[in-house]
Write a protein of this length. Structure first.
Length: 483
């Protein structure tokens, strides 16, 4: 099982207990009086059978507060997700933090920032590199690219999943568009691996039929669920952090109720990706302070009150167009606030700008940053051995030294992290060795990974079955006129 990072101190809280309670009560008010649209006849029937009031003409579900709170209680505080290789199993929840790789539509040139559609070879290489990075624990549903040269749009998600399973043993998340969940479920089962299912709202307060059908398929397969909304503050949600927290909570709790009505006890991880609108341009304000504070409030409510694991996506997509100083500070500040406030997952590695591009070299650099963030929440040990009072007495004042002590050698290795891609040379050494920066060193590390890393392969039978399923998917979409 993957270890991830364990939070060894209480999460940072940005809300008082009374503020948490008020936000929860007003969320229940929205769910009972405004409701949430479910564009599925069978979902409306299920929710009516479980006590919801339904406007069948408008497809609006009105949720009684006691049903919402009972559904929250039915969610497990942690749950296991099984990989085809047990070393990559995940136990999601509690005080464990995992990192999920980011994604982008196209390949970004690490030096120029120019973007283009990646080849299949580049897609597979990016997955292979992510498999080698210790701080990446799982993949998002579109990782690494949501465009691949020669792959039609309707075949992208199922083909991408197949490539992830062939080039990695780490857990991955499913997707929901255009019935792709049918084939993704079958592909994962053929590989002997569980998926984290996917159900994403269309803000404000709506679930499209694809999202609902995906939930039915994933839950019936026995997979845990990832729920998301993706509101835009000032667009599809109130512009204020408190107001957008309530609307986002309402959207996600509607999914919690639906999933628990479908199969009580299903594991759920709730995603927060609520982003302010940049009112100067109309664009999304990625990696903003508003998004950071929103995630901190979200983590506090869901971790402390609901006791449902959380994922944060705010650090996945910087505004910067290149792997530069801006990218580093944008991603790091929001990921650190997520980690400190109790997130169980953070989407982080490799995203270059907005959701437009990705680069595996940046994911290598991000591996160092994620490790630093993870080790920060693990804190440090305070014990007789680490306080080292007896050693201080032994060494005494000058000319005493701690350099030649066993204690120094032992605890240096335990408490300190040495980044793998950062420049740590003295200035004269740096001048003599080519003045390499972090990007050059990350490129060298990528070459090393490509020559030394190994991935447990699928069996010939599993490979053949995945090809058969992809063939079925292609036939299905052709019959629907989508290919």
């Amino acid at each position: 099982m993957r270890r991830g990072f364990t939070r060894n101190f209480e999460p940072v809280r940005v809300l008082s207990d009374s503020q948490v309670e008020t936000i929860h009560k007003r969320t229940l008010e929205v769910l009972s009086e405004v409701g949430c649209k479910f564009e599925s006849a069978r979902a409306l029937k299920l929710l009516k059978e479980n006590g919801c009031r339904i406007d069948f003409e408008q497809h609006i579900v009105y949720f009684p507060p006691d049903l919402v709170e009972n559904s929250i209680r039915n969610c497990p505080g942690n749950f296991l997700v099984r990989s085809r290789d047990p070393k990559d199993n995940l136990l999601i929840g509690g005080n464990t933090l995992y990192f999920m790789s980011s994604l982008g539509a196209r390949y970004s040139d690490i030096d120029t920032g120019d973007v283009r559609i990646p080849t299949m070879q580049e897609n597979n290489m990016a997955v292979f590199i992510s498999d080698a990075l210790d701080s990446i624990d799982l993949y998002s549903g579109y990782t690494p690219y949501f465009e691949i040269d020669g792959v039609e749009a309707v075949m992208l998600c199922s083909t991408s999943l197949a490539m992830r399973l062939r080039n990695s043993t780490k857990i991955t998340r499913g997707t929901q568009p255009t019935d792709t969940f049918i084939w993704e479920t079958q592909i994962a089962q053929a590989a002997g691996q569980e998926l984290i299912g996917n159900m994403e709202a269309a803000a404000p307060l709506s679930y499209p039929e694809d999202a609902i059908n995906a939930a039915y398929t994933y839950v019936e397969a026995g997979f845990p669920m990832y729920i998301a909304a993706g509101s835009v503050m000032g667009g599809t949600a109130p512009v204020t952090i408190a107001g957008s927290t309530i609307s986002n909570n309402a959207e996600l709790l509607a999914a919690v109720v639906f999933i628990q009505c479908l199969k009580p006890g299903t594991g759920i991880i709730a995603n927060d990706f609520v982003t302010p609108m940049n009112m100067e341009s109309g664009d999304l304000f990625f990696c903003s302070l508003g998004a950071s504070l929103h995630q901190m409030a979200f983590n506090q409510i869901w971790h402390d009150l609901y006791k449902i694991p959380t994922n944060n996506t705010g650090s996945a997509f910087p505004y910067s167009k290149k792997a530069d100083y801006q990218s580093a500070y944008e991603k790091t500040h929001i990921a650190m606030s997520s980690a400190l406030s109790g997130a169980n997952m953070i989407v982080f590695h490799g995203g270059v700008t907005a959701e437009l591009s990705y680069n595996p070299i940046l994911s290598i650099i991000d591996d160092d940053i994620a490790t630093i963030i993870g080790k920060t929440i693990e804190g440090f040990e305070v014990s007789e051995e680490t306080m080292a009072v007896d050693l201080i007495k032994e060494v005494g004042p000058v000319p005493g030294t701690f350099l030649n002590k066993n204690h120094t050698r032992t605890w240096w290795k335990k408490e300190y992290f040495m980044p793998k891609s950062a420049d740590r040379l003295s200035f004269p050494e740096w001048q003599r060795t080519g003045k390499k920066g972090v990007i050059e060193k990350a490129k060298e590390r990528m070459e090393q990974i490509m020559t030394t890393h190994k991935v447990k392969p699928l069996s010939e039978k599993q490979d053949a079955e995945i090809d058969r399923i992809l063939g079925q998917a292609r036939k299905y979409y052709k019959e629907k006129g989508l290919l």
